[in-house]
Write a protein that binds this ligand. Structure first.
Ligand SMILES: [Zn+2]
Length: 138
């Protein structure tokens, strides 16, 4: 399987929208236009859908009386979409809040406050004093 490169927002949104529900090509383009508030050309969407299909990340299913074809994420496609969302969430967190720290013991995220303590001459940040105590015992 070749690696799928999600190099632009159209591709990113395509996966996110299909994660929400299966869609016809035309429906997908309309939704993309709504999300991105610009005109989307079919030539930006269909080649990517083809690539996804070739790599078995999406499947076509027929639905309705007129047997219109809907694109649906496969299990692998779901995984890819999930990975992208996580990566994107991290990016957003870093860009909007550079002050977010991770607890040195449990790794949970601390947006403000927390507990600071010098252990073996290093000033560390913890979410609470109990985490600091557990860390000291390590
Ligand atoms: Zn902690």
């Amino acid at each position: 399987m070749e690696e799928i490169k999600v190099t632009n927002l159209v591709k990113f949104y395509t996966l996110l929208l299909l994660k929400r529900r299966p869609m016809h090509g035309y429906e997908l383009i309309k939704e993309l236009e709504r999300c991105m508030t610009k005109n989307i050309s079919a030539s930006h969407v269909y080649p990517f859908l083809k690539t996804l299909q070739k790599n078995m990340l999406i499947a076509l299913k027929e639905s309705g009386k007129r047997k219109k074809k809907q694109y649906k994420l496969t299990k692998e496609g779901e995984k890819l979409a999930h990975k992208l969302i996580n990566r994107f969430t991290e990016m957003v967190e870093i860009s909007i809040n550079p002050r977010i720290r991770a607890c040195a013991h449990c790794g949970c995220k601390i947006a403000s406050g927390g507990h600071r303590e010098r252990i073996k001459n290093v000033l560390l940040t913890f979410c609470c004093s109990r985490c600091a105590a557990s860390y000291r015992k390590k």
